[in-house]
Design a protein around this ligand. Structure first.
Ligand code: ADP
Ligand code: MG
Length: 357
């Protein structure tokens, strides 16, 4: 049987932040360590069951090992399209989970224990490439979707929109997207930092919280060529040609989704409300595709990937040929109650999707 379930979403409940503690927010989300999440507040008392729940005490390493991220990296090396996406409201811990805490100064690096799923995966890829002895080539591209425009975070200069196209052989793809080869952790870390500072530059024009107003997609292409000398059973006259070497090409995509909160109409106008509408529209499209995919195979109707740029770019990973890991992030604070409930409902729906890589 080739059908593989979309790994059931992992839930991560972050600790209360200092600010939340100082202003006296209550902790209303608890996990008892048995895969259940309890939401307990004045008029709400709900329990959700998931296969993987990380509570406030879970370390970054625990999340990496316990979420199945390591296996995902190995599947990417084996040639599968793998995607991990973090979702949840702004401030729920998506970026922390993927990248760790953002450094205050570029001169002081993050403590290794706090590094996120991305850096741990890069380390794992590079380690595997060494231990497998095969020729593994790694390259990265980094895109963001902002106001329904796809922008290249690696290209120098002001951000410009790139066309998103479709072809029979490639599916949806972004035209003229930059791709950078890398061979070391430093190189890929620099790449992220460089793209990060570029995003920060644009944020000055837009908003302080720009990064959470866009969806960011980092894709690592993993091309592996079989080892020379591996084809021992071939006739002696066979001369290996580079083009005849069997090769595999997998991808590992990290998606940091924009915050899922409903933006209160108060004070949001003009640019702000356009952003909010676009975010909500694409997250809604994603949720819609997920709930259609969650229907039993025979009852499925057409999946509307074309409804948003986000769902087009994620079509391959959601729609059957990829393997997707979702991490739903929630805040434990009483103030975030309704958003937390909606994230948990969203994650529950995603549990039923199956894909066939
Ligand atoms: P998001 O990307 O979802 O908007 P962030 O990842 O930026 O949220 O997290 C919001 C704040 O909470 C940040 O200050 C971050 O450092 C902190 N935080 C998030 N998750 C954790 C965690 N598991 N442990 C400690 N601090 C966390
Ligand atoms: Mg973020």
């Amino acid at each position: 049987d080739t059908s593989v379930s979309l790994s059931p979403p992992a839930i991560r409940v972050r600790p209360l932040t200092c600010t939340e503690t100082q202003r006296g927010d209550r902790r209303v989300v608890h996990s008892l360590g048995d895969g259940t999440v309890h939401v307990n507040a004045a008029r709400h008392d709900a329990t959700f069951g998931f296969s993987t729940v990380f509570d406030a005490g879970a370390s970054q390493e625990t999340v990496f090992e316990g979420s199945g991220m390591r296996q995902l990296v190995e599947l990417a090396i084996d040639g599968f399209s793998c995607t991990v996406f973090a979702f949840g409201q702004t401030g729920s811990g998506k970026t922390y989970t993927l990248m760790g805490p953002l450094t205050q100064s570029e001169t002081r690096p993050v403590a290794p224990g706090l590094l996120g799923l991305m850096q741990r995966s890069f380390a794992c890829l590079l380690e595997q490439s060494r231990s497998r002895g095969s020729d593994l080539a790694l390259s990265a591209s980094y895109l963001e979707i902002y106001n329904e425009q796809v922008r290249d975070l690696l290209s120098p200069g002001p951000p410009s929109a790139l066309p998103l196209r479709w072809s029979k052989t490639r599916g949806f793809y972004v035209e003229n997207q930059l791709s950078v080869d890398f061979e070391s952790l430093e190189a890929i870390a620099d790449l992220l930092l460089q793209a990060g500072s570029q995003r920060r530059r644009t944020s000055a024009h837009a908003l302080n919280r720009h990064s959470s107003r866009s969806h960011a997609l980092l894709t690592i292409q993993v091309r592996s060529r079989a080892m020379r000398g591996a084809r021992v059973s071939l006739p002696p006259t066979w001369v290996p040609q580079p083009s005849t070497c069997p090769s595999k090409q997998g991808t590992l995509c990290f998606v940091d989704l924009a915050g899922s909160e409903r933006v209160k109409e108060t004070g949001s106008s003009g640019e702000l409300s356009v952003e909010a509408n676009n975010i909500n529209r694409s997250l809604l499209a994603l949720g819609h595709c997920i709930s259609l995919l969650a229907k039993p195979q025979g009852k499925r109707t057409h999946i509307p990937y074309r409804d948003s740029k986000l769902t087009r770019l994620l079509a391959r990973s959601l729609g059957g040929s990829g393997i997707t890991l979702m991490v739903a992030c929630v805040s434990p604070s009483s103030r975030c109650l309704s958003e937390t409930l909606s994230t948990l409902h969203y994650a529950s729906r995603a549990r039923k999707v199956t894909t066939r890589p």
